[in-house]
Design a binder for this molecule. Structure first.
Ligand code: SAM
Length: 357
C-alpha cells in the first residue's frame, strides 16, 4: 500500500495520459468522425519502413523481397484501383508536409517528379514483422535505415534535382538527410541541428551509411547552430531547404513518458513550439535561393503547428523580407501514394490564393 502524501516521486499525471487528454480535446474537434480511428492507430505499434542504402553492397534487398517486402515507392499501384487499401496513414504516422516555393512569379502547378533512387521497403498490409537490424557490408556500410515510411514522403516531395545544394535545418538523427543523399543528385548538403548530442548521432549515422568520398568538406557540412539564426549565416543560397521542425511528436508523446513534451516541466516549451517553428521556417525561407523550394514537415496532426505555422511564416517573409512565396500543391503526391498511406483531409493552404505576385 502506498501512502499518498509520501509517494512524492510517483507522478500524479503521467505525460502520456496528459498527451492523450490533450489530443482527445483538440483532435476530436479538428478531425471529427475520423478521430476514433486515428486515435486507435496512434496508440498501436508503429510500422517501420526500411530506407534502402544504395551505397551498401549487401544483398539484403533481395532477402527482404523474398520475405515479402516491397518498395512502396517504385511499386506504386494504380491510384484509381482501390481507395480503401491503405497501409499507413495519418493515424499511423502523422507526418505532415507543406512545400513552398520562394521568389517565383507563376502559379503553375509542377508535375510530380520522384527520385528513382529512393527506395523504402515495407512488409505487406497487416504484416507487423519487425525488420532485423541492418548488417554492415565489407566497407562497414549498413544496408538499410529503419524509419517511419511516411517520413520518406517529405524527401520525395522536396524533389531534389541534379547538382542541387540542399540545407537540412533540423537534421538529427539524420533519416531524411540519408534519404536525400540516396537521390545521388545533391551537389552540396548542409546538415544542421542545434543539439550537440544529436548532431554527434547524426555524424555517426552518416558515417555508417555513406561512403567517405561523399562526406568530404566540399560535399557535406555538418553544423550545430540554432536554426532560427540561419539568416545571419547564409541567405539566398540553397536550391532546396528541408525544415523538419521539433513538434509535439504525437505518436511518441502517447508512448513514452521519458523526456515527454507533455510533462509538466515542459509546458512552457510545448506552448512556445509554434513560435519556434515559425522562426525556423522563416530562417529556411531566407536561406533558399530565388526560385528555390522549401519543405516544412512535422510529425504532429496539430493545425497550429502545421498550416498555422506555414501561413504565418509566408506572411512574415513577405512583410519583413520582401520574399514572395507560392504554396506548391502536394495533391499529386497524395494521389500517387493514397493506396499506401491515409492522408489527412486537405489542409486548406489554398495555392490559388497563396502569397504569389
Ligand atoms: N530531420 C530529422 C530526421 O529525419 O532524422 C528529425 C528532426 S527532429 C523532428 C527535430 C530536430 O530539431 C531535433 O533533432 C532537434 O534537436 C532540432 N532542433 C530543435 N530546435 C532547433 C533549433 N532552434 N535549430 C535547429 N535545430 C533544432
Amino acid at each position: 500500500r502506498v501512502k499518498g502524501k509520501w509517494a512524492t516521486t510517483r507522478p500524479k499525471h503521467l505525460p502520456t495520459r496528459l498527451a492523450l487528454q490533450h489530443f482527445d480535446a483538440t483532435y476530436s474537434v479538428q478531425l471529427g468522425q475520423l478521430w476514433p480511428s486515428v486515435r486507435v492507430a496512434l496508440l498501436s505499434e508503429r510500422k517501420y519502413g526500411a530506407l534502402f542504402n544504395n551505397f551498401s553492397n549487401n544483398p539484403d534487398l533481395e532477402k527482404l523481397q523474398a520475405q515479402g517486402c516491397r518498395d512502396f515507392i517504385s511499386n506504386r499501384e494504380d491510384p484509381t484501383s482501390s481507395e480503401h487499401n491503405s497501409e499507413f496513414g495519418a493515424e499511423e504516422d502523422s507526418s505532415s508536409v507543406s512545400t513552398v516555393r520562394s521568389h517565383i512569379d507563376s502559379q503553375q502547378q509542377s508535375p510530380l517528379w520522384l527520385s528513382p533512387n529512393i527506395k523504402c521497403l515495407v512488409f505487406p498490409r497487416g504484416d507487423i514483422t519487425r525488420f532485423k537490424p541492418a548488417r554492415p557490408d565489407k566497407f562497414s556500410l549498413l544496408s538499410y535505415y529503419l524509419m517511419d515510411a511516411a517520413s520518406v514522403l517529405p524527401c520525395l516531395a522536396l524533389a531534389v534535382q541534379k547538382n542541387h545544394t540542399v540545407l537540412d535545418l533540423c537534421a538529427a538523427p539524420g533519416g531524411k538527410a540519408l534519404a536525400l543523399l540516396q537521390t545521388q543528385s545533391v551537389r552540396f548538403l548542409c546538415v544542421n541541428d542545434s543539439s550537440v548530442s544529436r548532431t554527434s548521432r547524426l555524424k555517426r549515422v552518416l558515417h555508417s551509411y555513406i561512403p567517405k568520398p561523399l562526406l568530404t568538406d566540399d560535399k557535406l557540412r555538418i553544423t550545430s547552430f540554432d536554426g532560427t539564426m540561419w539568416g545571419e549565416i547564409e541567405r539566398n543560397s540553397f536550391d532546396r531547404v528541408l525544415v523538419d521542425v521539433p513538434c509535439t511528436t504525437d505518436r511518441h508523446s502517447l508512448m513514452e513518458d521519458d523526456n515527454n513534451i507533455f510533462s509538466r516541466s515542459r509546458v512552457g516549451e510545448r506552448r512556445s513550439l509554434p513560435q519556434l517553428q515559425v522562426e525556423l521556417l522563416l530562417a529556411g525561407i531566407i536561406a533558399a535561393c530565388p526560385g528555390g523550394e522549401i519543405l516544412y514537415s512535422t510529425c504532429t496532426l496539430s493545425l497550429n503547428q502545421n498550416q498555422g505555422v506555414v501561413e504565418q511564416a509566408i506572411q512574415l517573409a513577405e512583410e519583413n523580407h520582401g520574399i514572395q512565396l507560392q504554396v506548391v500543391s502536394l495533391r499529386p503526391l497524395v494521389q500517387k501514394f493514397r493506396n499506401t498511406f491515409h492522408f489527412a483531409p486537405d489542409l486548406h493552404l489554398d495555392e490559388s490564393t497563396s502569397h504569389c505576385r
